[in-house]
Design a binder for this molecule. Sequence first.
Ligand code: 2M8
Length: 416
Amino acid sequence: MDTDTARSVLEANRRDGYTIPSATLYPFQWNWDSAFIAVGLAHADPAAAKREIRTLLDARWENGMVPQIAFWSDAEGYFPGPDEWRVGTDRTVHAAVETSGITQPPMVVPAARYVYEVTGDEAFRDSVLPDLRAYCEWWLRERSDDGELVWIRHPWATGMDDSPAWVGPLERFDPGEVSYVREDRKDDDLADQRPTDWDYDRYVALVRQGRELDWDEARLREASPFVVEDVLTNALFVRACESLAALSADASDESEATRWREQAETTRRALSDRRFDDERGLFVSYDLVADEPLPARSIAGLVPTLAGAPTPDQFDRMRETLDSFFDYDYAVPSYVGPEMDTDRYWRGPVWLNTNWLVERGLRRMGAETAAARVREDSLSLLEREGFREYFSPETGAGRGSDRFSWSAALSLAWDG
Ligand code: 2M8
C-alpha cells in the first residue's frame, strides 16, 4: 500500500485542527469521518490524531451531542449549510461553532480509545473523557426510550444515507413541496452515484421540521416520521460504552468503569434479544413510529459482531448470510437485495469504513478467514483505484469523490 500517498491525501485535506472528508464534496468537519481519520492518523501522525478528536469534541453541544457537521469555515455554496440548520435561536446557543442539528454513529468514543492506546498520552485521555462521557449520557437521556437501545431521527445520522433499509419509513411520509438547490451533484458524472431527489426531498423536509421544533428532542420524538433504532448505531454505542469503561478504568475511576461496562452489556443483550432477524440471518433496524422491524440485508446488520452481540447460534446463521455478501468480486457490499444498485452510494457499493468495522467484528467473533477476505479486498480496491469514496462490488471501479480521507486513513490503520 502506498503510505506516502495516503499521508499526502490527509495532509492536503487537513484544515485548522481537523481533516475534511473530501475537497470536492464535504468541505467541513464530519463526525464519524474524523473518528476514522483519527484511527489512521494514530499510527502515521499521533499529534494530528489527537487534534482531530479534540477539535471534533470542541464542537459538542452544551447538552452533550457531538454534531454530524461542524462548520468551522465559511459555508457559502454548501447545501444544507448553517442557514438551513439554524441551530439554536441565535445560532450559537448550543455550541461554540455553527453545526448541523443531528449526530452520527458514536465512533468517536472507540476512536479516542484507539488513539489513547496507541499514544499512551494520559493528558489526552483526561482531556477527552468528560466530553465522551457527556456524549454517551446524551444518547441515553435524549435518544433512548428504554435505557437499552438508542434511536436516531434522520437518515444522515446513520451515516448510510440512502440505504434501502430506510425506504419504508421514508415512503410513509409526504415531504410536501420542498424547494432547494442540490450542491452535491454539480458534477454530472455523479448523478448516478449520489442519492436520488426522492431521498433528498425527505432529508430536507426532516431538517426543516427539526429547526421548526428548535431541535427539541422530546417534541421531535413525538412529531418526527423517522425515528429508527439503527443496528449500526447501537453496535457502535456498545463499543462506545466499552471504550468509556476502559478509559475510565485506566484513569482509576472504578464507579464510571462499572457503570459503562454494565450499560454495554445491557445494550448488547437488547440487540441480541430483540434485533436479530433469524430468517434473514443478520441484525435489522427497527422503526419506532410504525412499530415494526426494517428487514433489509444491509451491511449495518453485520456490525453488531463488533459489539460481540450475536450468540453462537446467531453467528452460525450469520455465516450463511455472509455468503450472500461475499458472492461478489469485492467484499463487502453495503447492501444486497432487490433494491441493490452497485454504483449508487449506500445502496450497494463497498465502503472502507464499514469494511473496517466488519473486519474487526468478524475477528472478535473468531472468524479469521472471513475477516482476512474483507481486509484483502479492501486493500486491493485501494491498490487498484486509489483513495476513492466507494467502489463497485462487481467491477471494483472507484466511485464518488477521489482523495477521500477515511479511505486514505484506514489504509494506514490496516498497514499499521
Ligand atoms: C455522506 O453523508 C453526507 C451527509 O452527512 C452527504 O451525503 O452529504 C455519508 O457517506 C456519511 O457517512 C459521511 O459521513 C459523509 C461525509 O463523508 O458523507
